[in-house]
Design a protein around this ligand. Sequence first.
Ligand code: BT5
Length: 279
Amino acid sequence: MTDTTAHRPPERYTPEAVAALLTTAVLGRRIELHPQVASTNDLVREAGIRGEPEGLVVMAEEQMLGRGRLGRRWVAPAGCCVLCSVLLRPRFAAREAFYITIAASLAIYRACKALGGPLQPVAGIKWPNDVLLNGRKVSGVLSEGEFRGGSWDFAVLGFGINANLRPDQLGELRGAATSLSAELGREVDRAALLAKVLTEFEGLYFLLQGGQFGAVHGEWVAALETLGRRVTALEGNGRRVEGKALRADPDGALVVLTGEGVERRVLAGDVLPFTPQNG
Ligand code: BT5
């Protein structure tokens, strides 16, 4: 059998490799790569407090305390994923903070679609922030804001992408999660993937900085797999809302039509497959 990997050059996942592929004006003006960190979001937050200008990108090969939303964990084996945070100094109102998450999900969604491949996995976004490939989570976004009074001091955008992860490395997440390599049947170049995400995100972020929220919202809604489905939405406080996902409002809220014909708005939380409590 021929060894097709023998002549493949080793992957170069370095700040220089990412920078060489970036076509951004602001994002990535400084890029750090750390072998091991607690959380890339923490390093960027410290840089924000120090007054570093926006555009700093912090990459890590391994996170010991990777965070998800609502106190959850992000788990990723070392050396095969994209674990990244970006420092932003938004000019738009703090009440629009949700748009950073929307724009990042869209950027990752676009980058996944651009990878294509023979299997053409179906990419989509699960409300509010999960990027899915063939129905399984390949990426998550966590944006955290620092506010002074009612306005931004800065924002930290963090995202994790399962790039070259074998399915057996997903452990107990296996049923619900996947990786780009598993879906495409080949490894991906993480530097090129990250450069694409950052480039796509900057375009969307500049739209937000210019007040063009509608364009970003429209593309996000079009990519949402959740709409039209029967869902159980779990709010951050644990309250369950069951019914049909009707729409996502401009403030990001998911509107669910319940069995009683009542429209309920879910602002923060998760969507689970529909599991009616009464059969
Ligand atoms: C997220 O939260 O999806 C946001 C994840 C953000 C991670 C990045 S990595 C760089 C930066 N630094 C950090 O510390 N965090 C950010 P949430 O929607 O709450 O989803 C968390 C849930 O996703 C967990 O409870 C698991 O069920 C699942 N999960 C954890 N790790 C996963 C993985 N590698 N792939 C797919 N699903 C995962």
